[in-house]
Write a protein that binds this ligand. Structure first.
Ligand code: NAP
Ligand code: ZN
Ligand code: ZN
Length: 358
């Protein structure tokens, strides 16, 4: 196939970042091990808001965000060897490249490769910054293009490519399962995946939100317990030494008291953070306030873990709460604005790409 014409909704004015504009852009050169995907839909991750709004430093002019992409393969490089074919329905998440040669890559820990390149945001070695899935086409190294099982609708599969895998990876690696008491902190998009997935993996699930207003929904998602950390001052009482694993899924640490979470962990318990806060926010811990437990952070998930997640969702026919919004300048404005206000239960997926781009 010849070179496609790339178009997408880019941030053209940092001060007015929610009003993206439909722009044409040049992509990087197509390499022999690349795949081009015609986008069908794209989930809206909290990271899109951080990037577009310059929470992580100035957003580049014309940045197209979106890394929860589902679409169909339209071009396969001549050196591709993973079996992708034109027409395959595939997903692309937040990672577009890693070296594939270092020990971490060879052991299946590609998100922790020193040469990690993100779908948008973090540059390639030559300085090129990729463009995301609020666009008609996406170009990606074949290793990060994952086939989607037939029975998962595209609108649901899309947010699994970042939101879903980001919480599944630490749950999976830290043995979430029957007999485990698992906390999910921050019931936004990723937190909602966390509650549903931890429950499906067999754990007893504790949903931690700042206020009471998500209680009914969190219980419907499958949480066994609900704790409103800002509204119940004494929430730690009664949970002392209770939890095996906690995944922090908020978009900021400002309302999270880690010292309190340390108290509700069992000895040897694990707290994993996936929070990617605005620049300048750090984790501050008292020297002995976290004795006996392990705290770490976790980055997305590997291609192999994405396949395991998709397999679980497909086999258990799991349902998630996704609100479709047709892509357009107005649609992108709406999802940015409502995400910022926390007005979504629980994930948006931008849809109707054919109407906008064909
Ligand atoms: P989201 O849908 O906006 O949800 C964020 C949730 O955080 C909110 O629903 C809220 O939950 C909680 N929250 C909001 N303000 C807070 C504050 N000041 N202090 C404490 N909690 C607060 O976002 P998301 O898509 O789930 O993404 C969550 C975070 O994960 C973002 O920072 C994103 O960049 C990051 N992320 C990281 C990775 C990774 O690889 N590590 C991958 C993807 C995304 P409650 O109302 O229930 O408290
Ligand atoms: Zn993301
Ligand atoms: Zn590597």
């Amino acid at each position: 196939m010849s070179e496609v014409q790339f178009k997408g909704f880019g941030v053209v004015d940092r001060e007015d970042w929610k009003h993206t504009k439909l722009i044409s852009f040049k992509n990087r050169k197509f390499n022999d091990n690349d795949v081009d995907v015609k986008v069908e839909c794209c989930g809206v991750c909290g990271s899109d808001i951080h990037r577009a709004s310059s929470h992580w430093g100035p957003c580049k002019e014309g940045q197209v965000v979106g890394h929860e992409i589902v679409g169909h393969v339209v071009r396969v490089g001549s050196a591709c060897k993973l079996g992708l074919k034109i027409g395959d329905r595939v997903g692309i998440g937040a990672q577009a490249f890693s070296c594939l040669k270092c020990e971490r890559c060879l052991d299946g820990h590609e998100p922790y490769c020193a040469h990690f390149v993100s779908t948008y945001g973090r540059p390639y070695a030559d300085g090129f910054i990729g463009q995301g899935g609020y666009a008609n086409y996406v170009r990606c190294l074949e290793n990060f293009v994952i086939p989607i099982p037939d029975n998962i609708p595209s609108e649901t599969a899309a947010p699994l490519m970042c939101g879903g895998i980001t919480v599944f990876s630490p749950l999976y690696r830290h043995n979430c399962g029957p007999g485990k008491k698992v906390g999910i902190v921050g019931i936004g998009g990723i937190g909602h995946f966390g509650v549903i997935l931890a429950k499906a993996m067999g754990a007893e699930v504790y949903a931690f939100s700042r206020r009471q207003n998500k209680k009914e929904d969190a219980l419907k998602l499958g949480a066994d317990h609900y704790i409103a950390t800002l509204e119940d001052e004494n929430w730690v009482d009664g949970l002392y030494n209770k939890l095996d694993l906690v995944v922090l899924c908020a978009n900021s640490f400002s309302d999270i008291d880690l010292g309190k979470f340390a108290k509700v962990m069992k000895f040897g318990g694990v707290i994993q953070s996936i929070v990617a806060p605005p620049v300048g926010e750090n984790i501050v811990l008292p020297p002995f306030g976290v004795s006996g437990i392990t705290i770490g952070s976790s980055a997305i998930g590997s291609p192999n873990e994405i396949k395991i997640l998709l397999d679980l969702v497909s086999k258990k026919n799991l349902k998630f709460w996704v609100e479709p919004i047709p892509i357009s300048e107005e649609g992108v404005f709406q999802v940015f604005d409502r995400m910022e206000k926390g007005d979504v239960r629980f994930r948006f997926t931008l849809t109707d790409y054919n109407k906008q781009f064909d």
